[in-house]
Design a protein around this ligand. Sequence first.
Ligand SMILES: Cc1ncc(COP(=O)(O)O)c(C=O)c1O
Length: 420
Amino acid sequence: MKKTFLYKSIKNEWQKVHSKKNNKKIKLHEPTFGVEEIFNFTKQLITTNVTMGKQVESFEKNICDKFGFRYAVSSNSGSSANLLMISALMSNLYSKRLKKNDEIIVPALAWSTSIFPLTQYGLKPVFVDCDLKTMNIDINQVKKAISKKTKGILIIPIYGNPCEMNEITKICKKKGLVLLEDTCESMGAKYNNKFLGGFGLASSFSFYFSHHITCLEGGITVTNDYELAEIMKIIRSHGWIRNVKEKEKWIKNYPKIDPNFLFVNEGYNLRLTEPQARMGMTQIKKLDGFIKKRRKNADYLMSLMKEFNDFFIYQYETKKSFHTWFGFTIIIKDLKIIDRGRLCNFLNKNAIETRVIVSGNFTSQPVVKTFKHRTVGNLENASKIMNNGFSIGIHQNLGNNEIKYIYNIFKKFLKRESLL
Ligand SMILES: Cc1ncc(COP(=O)(O)O)c(C=O)c1O
């Protein structure tokens, strides 16, 4: 890259702001972007071509090429990517559409906006428990949950840890169910060497600030189904046909309506912008390096934290899986022995940030009372993860010294509590 005046100025400004940073803090996430992304973003801004166009199209192609997906429809967030997926699946335009009151099996350990598009479109989520070690949807519970009304399974690989895709795809095939993947936390993760996001009918990714790569905010829905992708493009932009490939089939039926303003489905404005797409294209080149670092950090921390196996459960990566470690999760085995509040306070006081794991057992959240749903079993593992669990950062900016520091602070806590 040519080191232009603009580039040097951005670099200068970046250094001024970030040289003062307190590097000691172990944050949950640190920015994955820097001077190069800001430079490319700014260059695009200067062209004044800012609304969705060629850059967004190239970014979508980049994603397809990198992961082997056929179609990609970007949007302004991972939540929007989920919304597009479900709204297209429920559209009258879609030949294999789902219908109101159809049941979709979902993990109880979920993110809020994985679930809301289902309920907003009249689908009924059926919540099942997860496995305590992988934290992913429990296959036996999925089998128990299937009823005559079941039409699909929406999986949410937690923190980049792949679900049992062999089993899940087998069930879907046998029962004729649609498989949907919310892979918003799992970019680059693989099962049997195949990228997550490519197993189901459609899948979503998030480019929120804290995710594996970012374009400030952003998301993308991917699918190998041409019809579904085209409908998502309609819904993403006002419900008009402007961005689809085969406009003629609509135009010919409505010769008196301006084709640029021909609306065929209810829609939104969920578009990504051109500078964000430029940023995304710069980030995608760095993804493999970030994942390598996250995996190395997780491996090292796991090797140290093994010493505390009597007290904690850590997330387990199965043999077929390639986990991308969105965070490092810790579940306290017995709250009578270790109080989560005391431990997290101690970590926070020692500059280690903590947070709860996704939205916990989502059926415990007050909003769930407001929509139709079904639960299967007692969801005890999802509740245990909600009550006993938390996560810490394992991101690309941490090195061996920081990982060792995390371990030492845990050890200090356990000693202080007379547990070691
Ligand atoms: C599993 C899952 N789905 C969806 C989302 C929503 O993504 P966004 O924050 O980009 O809207 C998140 C957010 O982190 C998530 O973890």
